[in-house]
Design a protein around this ligand. Structure first.
Ligand code: NDP
Ligand code: GDP
Length: 335
């Protein structure tokens, strides 16, 4: 049933954008997706690859050109579509890559958010805005688990840019009265996660090994820990935040950490394989040790938003392995 509300999603072709678009369509929204590579000569992926995550809903959404680097394109989008809700999910998302693109990361992940908020302030101040903030803003936190008021201490260019974006969001709320909120998101995964990230790298490679298409999985530290959840659950939290009054920032995470080793054990085990026969440690993927754990305290989200993850860690791993095995068997090329 149409609900007469229009949502603009930046990053719609990414993991979260695709799940959020599906959720909002189910709720009757008109969904506009900003596509920064529309018609661009520099698009590095084929059209089929770029649209793979939204293939099933392409006929139900409107894709419009726009780029977080380009203020005029953002203003034009807001003026044209007059969205009721804006979800800023677009970003350069792979943390290690941010060291090689420090200025570019700031340009998109930090200043891009200021450009978008400024466009909303000018052309649609009654719109509700959500910023995808990140647990990386905590960097080396002074406490574990982290809550909404845990001080920021970012340690990567990605985290620094996300901290700027976070405070810019808070400031547009406090200084201009915009409904602007930031979700401090912990790692969330799915079969739509780009394969540079460790979870998808493991599930995709394990499935390839099972089918005889690969024989090794080179990884970094197996003892690294993350607070992992399912992306489909996290976009539900984003939507709930935008409906919640008064506007408020939330930590969104599972509240439980697991090691990369545990992820490997479960993923290979799902395929009746022993990860120790295939996983090798490759120094190229080893990162500096993380002295303090990033782990969420999602109490506020559970209490005030009645948000509850639906998939456990084990179910998440199984879902991703099963999906990758099926995709490979069907010869489907997905990012
Ligand atoms: P993805 O990498 O899957 O998607 C990000 C999207 O942003 C891509 O479609 C990308 O397009 C697009 N994008 C990149 N640069 C620009 C630009 N200049 N203008 C417009 N769009 C652009 O990320 P996720 O869906 O996983 O993450 C969504 C958001 O949540 C991000 O902001 C991320 O930083 C944040 N977040 C995610 C976490 C996670 O675990 N997934 C954890 C914490 C925060 P293209 O691929 O063509 O460049
Ligand atoms: P991030 O939290 O956004 O950096 O998500 P990633 O999936 O890239 O990394 C999660 C954790 O897995 C980090 O602590 C990495 O050090 C660890 N890790 C171990 N091996 C690998 C690997 O081969 N690739 C990646 N991306 N991460 C790895």
């Amino acid at each position: 049933m149409p609900n007469n509300r229009t949502a603009l999603i930046t990053g719609i072709l990414g993991q979260d954008g695709s799940y959020l678009a599906e959720l909002l369509l189910q709720k009757g929204y008109t969904v506009i997706g900003m596509d920064h590579a529309a018609g661009a000569a520099n698009a590095v992926q084929s059209t089929a690859q770029r649209f793979a995550r939204v293939q099933s809903i392409l006929g139900s959404i409107t894709l419009a050109p726009g780029d977080l680097a380009d203020q005029a394109s953002l203003l034009h989008l807001i003026e044209t579509y007059q969205p009721d809700e804006v979800y800023n999910l677009a970003a350069h998302t792979f943390v290690p890559a941010s060291w090689g693109q420090i200025v570019c990361t700031g340009e998109i992940n930090a200043l891009g958010v200021a450009r978008l908020l400024d466009s909303i302030h000018q052309a649609r101040p009654q719109a509700r805005f959500l910023q995808a903030s990140s647990s990386e803003v905590f960097g080396h936190p002074i406490e574990s688990p982290q809550r909404e008021n845990t001080p920021f201490s970012p340690r990567t260019p990605y985290g620094i840019a996300k901290a700027y974006a976070h405070w810019t969001t808070v400031n547009y709320r406090q200084s201009f009265g915009l409904f602007a909120v930031a979700a401090i998101l912990y790692n969330h995964e799915s079969e739509r996660r780009p394969p540079d990230f460790v979870t998808r790298k493991i599930t995709q490679t394990a499935a390839r090994i099972k089918l005889g298409l690969a024989d090794q999985l080179p990884l970094g530290s197996l003892d690294a820990r993350r607070d992992w959840g399912f992306a489909g659950d996290y976009v539900e939290a984003l939507w709930r935040m935008v409906q919640h009054e008064p506007p408020e920032d939330f930590v969104i995470g599972f509240g439980e950490t697991h090691t990369v080793r545990e992820f490997c054990q479960l993923a290979f085990g799902r395929l009746d394989l022993d990860y120790r026969d295939y996983v090798i440690v490759d120094p190229r993927f080893v990162r500096p040790p993380e002295p303090v754990q990033l782990i969420a305290d999602p109490t506020n989200a559970r209490q005030k938003l009645a948000w509850q993850p639906t998939l456990t860690f084990e179910q998440l791993v199984q879902r991703m392995v099963d999906a990758d095995l099926q995709q490979l068997k069907q010869g489907i090329s997905r990012p």
